[in-house]
Design a protein around this ligand. Structure first.
Ligand code: NAX
Length: 328
């Protein structure tokens, strides 16, 4: 058997945590031959609920699950961890200004980044799910100077998967027939879902759908899907977010499919598509041997460039606000 891998999930007692932990324990995150040690991190008030989830994880008798431990101390929760899923975050509540939201989350992702820096395994990979995901990922990254920047990702995969689902439905095709979908930028309403390079059963997607559908239905439907789910379910996306986090880490660790790419919120070193150095930004990526490569050389239309630029501006404004608050 392979060596067990320690996986830490923050916000473990929350909605996404409840959907995510069982998929990890059943082997979906790393592979069906990799035993897992789960560390659950929660705030003190939610430790009891997380312990309830831990009881259920044990009761499921997953053959790959070596252990489950619940913590309210980030240093302990990240000790020896190889995969950190940063799900717990401070939600925006009524009347809360952006600065308050950023400050509250800086108070979470700064210390967690430091705890990762000081305690995690050398090969640690971190996926930030908690919103605002791209900015929280930069805060955690900046707080972990000894960890390479490219180990901090933000989750764009749910947006990517939502875009695939919309294009499949429109073209009456199977999701498996869709390749090279892309969502540039941020996990926010600013994101730019882009079918320019996508194929449907080998045919270029732009030949199958018209620009009217793309501009007035596809882009806003994907970008505002989170609100539509809340409207329908009375609760925010949880299982689909968990499933996309599984997809992201599985591909990061085990590689992407030949002839396809995925969207990853990855560290920009300033050399791709004009995205400034230091942002964590949705880009087309492939993975091999446990690290991402940005797909370069795509031809960028004026519409795509405008979508990218809009997201750069939004991401930079958010980081400027974070800097003004002294959080990074
Ligand atoms: P919940 O409110 O159900 O759960 C969040 C959990 O985090 C709570 O149990 C809370 O006690 C815990 N928590 C808060 N601060 C913590 C800290 N400092 N350390 C450890 N745990 C802490 O939210 P849920 O529905 O699970 O969503 C979690 C986050 O994912 C939210 O920020 C949400 O906005 C974000 N999402 C991100 C998505 C993405 O695509 N990137 C999509 C889904 C989701 O909206």
């Amino acid at each position: 058997a392979k060596t067990p891998v320690t996986v830490t999930v923050t916000g473990a007692a929350g909605n996404i945590g409840y959907a995510l932990l069982f998929r990890i324990a059943s082997g979906g995150l790393l592979g069906q031959d990799v035993p897992v040690r789960l560390n659950l991190l929660e705030i003190p008030q939610a430790v009891k609920a997380a312990e309830g989830t831990a009881m259920e994880l044990n009761d499921s008798a997953f053959p790959l699950l070596e252990s489950v431990n619940v913590y309210d101390d980030a240093n302990k929760a990240f000790a020896g961890t190889s995969v950190g899923l940063l799900v717990g975050a401070r939600p925006r509540t009524k009347g809360m200004e952006r600065a308050d939201l950023l400050e509250a989350n800086g108070g979470i992702f700064g210390p967690q980044g430091k705890a990762i820096n000081d305690n995690a395994a050398d090969d640690v990979k971190v996926l930030v799910v908690g919103n605002p995901a791209n900015t929280n990922a930069v805060i955690a990254m900046q707080s972990a100077p000894d960890v390479p920047n490219d180990r901090f990702n933000a989750m764009m995969r749910l947006d990517h998967n939502r875009a695939i689902a919309q294009l499949a439905a429109k073209t009456g095709s199977a999701v498996a027939d869709i390749k090279k979908m892309l969502v540039w930028g941020n996990h926010s309403a600013d994101q730019y879902p882009d079918v320019s390079y996508a194929t449907v059963a080998g045919k270029p997607a732009p030949e199958l759908v018209d620009s009217e559908w793309l501009d007035s239905y596809f882009v806003p439907t994907v970008a505002k899907r989170g609100a539509a789910i809340i409207e329908a379910r009375g609760a925010s996306s949880a299982a689909s977010a968990a499933s996309s986090a599984i997809d992201h880490v599985y591909n990061w660790v085990n590689g992407t499919t030949e002839g396809d790419w995925v969207t990853g919120g990855v560290y920009s070193d300033g050399s791709h598509y004009g995205v400034p150095e230091g942002l964590i930004f949705g880009l087309p990526v492939t993975s091999k041997g446990g690290s991402w490569d940005v797909v370069d050389g795509l031809e960028i239309s004026a519409a795509t460039q405008a979508g990218i630029d809009h997201n750069i501006k939004a991401a930079q404004e958010e980081l400027d606000a974070v800097r003004a608050l002294g959080l990074i």
